[in-house]
Design a protein around this ligand. Structure first.
Ligand SMILES: [Zn+2]
Length: 251
């Protein structure tokens, strides 16, 4: 509802690159985003899809960690915000995503997880893709009810590494109890994973997420799937949704 009138062709294409021609090399770039509440299984599904589609899984947490560890200019910029406990601006995050998409393994595209979380971030991503002469292939929305999110989050264990990989005692246990599968760090339960704080956190995080859902729905880019079934069924549904979207792209 807010600001739905962007991308009406009012912006000229910059840098002499056509934004409308299908068939230029950039149109091959496949960028998908994961949308869903905390505990919906975005990270888990993104990893499955990554393997199935041959596209790298780009989690915003990993993105920051790697850029900061490598000391890239954007990484150092982000670190300055982190160090003083400030939010990293959307524009900087999009620049980091842009750099990530320039890596050889992302030549065909990527699956973004953890971004966008807000409509301004979704717009920033659209703007970036438009400048690259392409557009988002789809927003994969894992639909999970609030009650189910609360249930899942209260069994949640999180790794102590910067990527904060998420596990669940029932739905997604680690291979070795208490240890992260990816970086070997210890898992712990966050203080705010107690039921009442979970509800408070969802009340804060879900409204902007639903706005992102509406934003993509208005643009015909939303690919919603039911998220309360087994993880493998969710993966199958997501793959079918992607296949269908590719077969009948929005114009
Ligand atoms: Zn981890």
């Amino acid at each position: 509802m807010t600001g739905a009138r962007r991308g009406n062709g009012s912006r000229p294409a910059r840098r002499g690159q056509s934004t409308t021609t299908v068939g230029d090399e950039r149109s091959a770039l496949r960028v998908l985003v994961m949308v869903g509440g905390p505990g919906a299984g975005k990270g888990t599904q993104a990893r499955y899809l990554s393997a199935a589609l041959g596209l790298p899984h780009v989690a915003s947490g990993d993105l920051f960690r790697d850029a900061m560890a490598e000391g890239t200019p954007t990484g150092l910029e982000a670190k300055a915000y982190y160090d003083r406990g400030a939010l990293v601006p959307d524009e900087l995050t999009v620049r980091m995503i842009a750099e990530r998409l320039d890596q050889p393994d992302a030549a065909s595209g990527a699956i973004l997880d953890g971004f966008p979380r807000t409509v301004p971030q979704a717009r920033a991503l659209d703007g970036f893709l438009l400048r690259r002469g392409t557009r988002l292939e789809g927003a994969l929305y894992i639909d999970v009810s609030e009650d189910e999110l609360v249930r899942r989050l209260s069994g949640r264990w999180i790794c102590s590494g910067p990527a904060q990989h998420v596990y669940h005692v029932v739905n997604h246990p680690p291979e070795r109890p208490g240890i992260c599968d990816f970086d070997g760090t210890e898992l712990s339960q966050r203080a705010d994973d107690a039921a009442d704080t979970i509800v408070a956190r969802l009340e804060k995080q879900l409204p902007p997420m639903y706005e992102v859902v509406d934003y993509y729905a208005e643009r015909g880019l939303l690919l919603p799937v039911a998220g309360e079934t087994r993880a493998s069924e969710v993966t199958d549904a997501l793959l079918r949704a992607i296949e269908h979207a590719v077969a009948e792209p929005v114009t």
